[in-house]
Design a binder for this molecule. Structure first.
Ligand SMILES: *Cc1c(COP(=O)(O)O)cnc(C)c1O
Length: 465
């Protein structure tokens, strides 16, 4: 990312050739990201397999690199599944976890020998009826909804332990052509202790199904492995100090019309206080990836037994489906400055040739600072008389004609000003931010995706499908 942004001509070329915005990928960092996790397991004697969650980035470049490294892929829909199979990924290296699995998707996965994570009883019954018609046994895992309480939040994913055990007793797998290969869960949040607690419950379910004659060989702990976008804890804390003070009315707002990013001011008996919750990814956090997994595995699932030990004792492999944390460092979004102006009440805004869905997560904002690359040397607005050449703060707006359609909710400072034709780079967007909510409203085409290899940048095949 640094090398590309240090080369304004290369940024300008990419925008000229592929339009604005353009998603630029380099999957080089995937190897180290995944290795960190596998190594963390190895240090504690646990065999870890990584299945990269495809929903975090749709490119086929990601699929190819994952396959090349020998890791697996987690798919969430029929198209994701078929594209991965077409790309030559062995079925055993795929896992289907889709939150909703229409009959056709289930049939395709099972017929092609792709392991399926069953979420609920309706799905489990549908899967039994499909597999009983297949000539080979199908591999399934049960998605456990860990019991809430003791810190664990309620979840809509999976079924409780009792429900699964009753199901297995009433609908034996013998004759249904199924093999119960594992237990799966997927939690919201990043607390290592929660993951350890859920692992403990999954291990309990494994013990119970083994008593019933099944031979599961893995526990799949789903995704939600943390990463950190911002190295500097101080910068992160300063941001929150200033923002929270501003929400309480102390100091200039950092955000568009005082948007609290999930927080708001509430009048209490003893004066104003903050209410609500930060509706944001923790852009700075620790530990992440390998160190985080080590902490999860070192946690106790029973007095005197760590999660690692419980897995080892039962000869269970640990599968995981990280998305975001595997894509750390794998891509950025480039966009072109279209105009500079002021709102009718005098707020400076900079218009980009992109829309908000092209760098957007499901939370309130993207909290990594954009980087200005001065490619607009020949555009207007670089003359000495242009007052946008002076340092200033402005909000970035996009192409959808909605009043609150901002690219970022924060005011961005341009220390050397900003000109038409300049490039604004949004760093480290490959995990979710490019694709998870992108839309083609106004008939504006989706952003192009390019992948860097030794031969330079090439368009990713996903754009042609
Ligand atoms: C979303 C999801 C993932 C990936 O989560 P990350 O936060 O990107 O690691 C993995 N597995 C399942 C079942 C998911 O729903």
């Amino acid at each position: 990312m640094r090398r590309l942004l240090g080369d304004p001509a290369a940024c300008a070329d990419l925008l000229r050739e592929h339009g604005s915005p353009v998603n630029v990928h380099d999957f080089g960092p995937l190897r180290g990201n995944a290795a960190e996790v596998v190594e963390a397991g190895r240090r504690q004697g646990v065999a870890v397999r990584v299945f990269v969650a495809r929903k975090a980035n749709k490119t086929l470049g990601l699929v190819d690199e994952t396959r090349r490294l020998g890791h697996g892929i987690d798919v969430g829909s029929e198209r994701e599944l078929l594209q991965v199979l077409d790309r030559g990924v062995p079925p055993a290296d795929i896992v289907l976890t889709a939150a909703v699995k229409p009959g056709r998707l289930l049939r395709t996965a099972m017929a092609r020998g792709v392991p399926v994570v069953l979420d609920n009883l309706d799905e489990a019954l549908a899967a039994q009826s499909i597999s009983s018609q297949l000539p080979h046994p199908s591999s399934v895992a049960l998605r456990l909804a860990p019991e809430a309480g003791r810190g664990l939040a309620p979840t809509r994913f999976g079924e409780g332990m009792r429900t699964w055990l009753d199901f297995l007793d009433a609908h034996p797998f013998e004759g249904a052509g199924q093999r119960l290969d594992g237990v799966h869960f997927h939690l919201h949040g990043y607390e290592p202790g929660d993951r350890t607690a859920a692992l403990g419950q999954a291990i309990e379910l494994v013990d119970q199904v083994r008593l019933r004659g099944h031979e599961p060989s893995f526990i799949d702990m789903g995704g939600g492995m943390p990463m950190s976008y911002i190295d500097d804890a101080g910068a992160w804390e300063t941001f929150w100090d200033r923002h929270e003070a501003a929400v309480l009315g102390d100091g200039e707002a950092l955000t568009w019309r005082g948007d609290g990013l999930g927080l708001r001011r509430e009048e209490g008996r003893d004066g104003a206080r903050l209410a609500g919750a930060r509706d944001l990814y923790p852009y700075h956090q620790e530990p992440v990836r390998g160190a985080w997994l080590e902490q999860v595995l070192a946690g106790e699932v029973a007095p005197g037994s760590t999660a690692a030990r419980a897995l080892r004792d039962r000869d269970l492999a640990l599968h995981c489906e990280p998305g975001r944390s595997m894509l750390d460092g794998c891509g950025l979004t480039l966009s072109r400055v279209a105009f500079r102006k002021h709102t009718s009440d005098g707020i400076p805004i900079v218009g980009l040739e992109m829309n908000r869905t092209q760098c957007r997560s499901t939370s309130a904002d993207f909290l990594v600072d954009p980087i200005l690359v001065r490619t607009g040397a020949h555009g207007h607005g670089r003359g000495t008389g242009d007052h946008w050449n002076a340092p200033r703060g402005a909000f970035l707006v996009g192409a959808y004609c909605i009043e609150a359609e901002l690219i970022l909710r924060r005011r961005i400072v341009f220390p050397q000003g900003v000109a038409v034709g300049d490039c604004i780079a949004l760093p480290n967007t490959a995990g979710y931010l490019m694709h998870i909510l992108e839309s083609a409203s106004h008939q504006i085409p989706l952003a192009a995706n390019v992948v860097r290899s030794q031969d330079g940048f090439a368009r990713d095949d996903i754009d042609g499908l």
